[in-house]
Ligand binder design. Structure first.
Ligand code: ZN
Length: 134
């Protein structure tokens, strides 16, 4: 078979495509959970309520949707109507994100951003290396 995705990930990708409400942060969380990581979800004590907080590694992971967080990728397209509203709203989101990351780094936390569009097996494996600082 040419497909080198594990069955696990493949079914995850498929469910992601089929059920549009499988949120990216849920995919990342269940992956980390299966790999034995312990974390907190949307911890309000930290700037921007990071999707995943790993106290042991002093690492915060923000799983970002490409639209809401204005990712520079193909998935991001400006809405055709209410353009001014969206420009101001999304630019604010983006600036706020950057501020949160800075605040976390000032507290000596490692910040990892995982984008919705890049979630696949190799990204998730790389994430583990990033968490462990390898
Ligand atoms: Zn993207």
């Amino acid at each position: 078979m040419a497909d080198n995705h594990s069955k696990e990930i493949r079914s995850m990708n498929m469910s992601h495509i089929r059920y549009k409400d499988t949120k990216p942060e849920i995919i990342v969380r269940s992956f980390l959970h299966r790999k034995g990581f312990r974390f907190r979800k949307n911890d309000k004590r930290y700037p921007g309520k990071p999707d995943i907080v790993l106290p042991k590694y002093k690492t915060a992971i923000y799983v970002n949707g490409c639209f809401w967080h204005m990712h520079d990728c193909k998935k991001f397209v400006w809405p055709k109507s209410n353009t001014e509203y969206w420009i101001s709203k999304l630019t604010n989101n983006k600036n706020r994100d950057l501020k949160y990351y800075e605040q976390m780094k000032e507290k000596q936390w490692k910040v990892i951003v995982v984008w919705e569009c890049e979630i696949n097996e190799s990204r998730l494996e790389r994430l583990i290396a990033e968490i462990r600082g390898e």
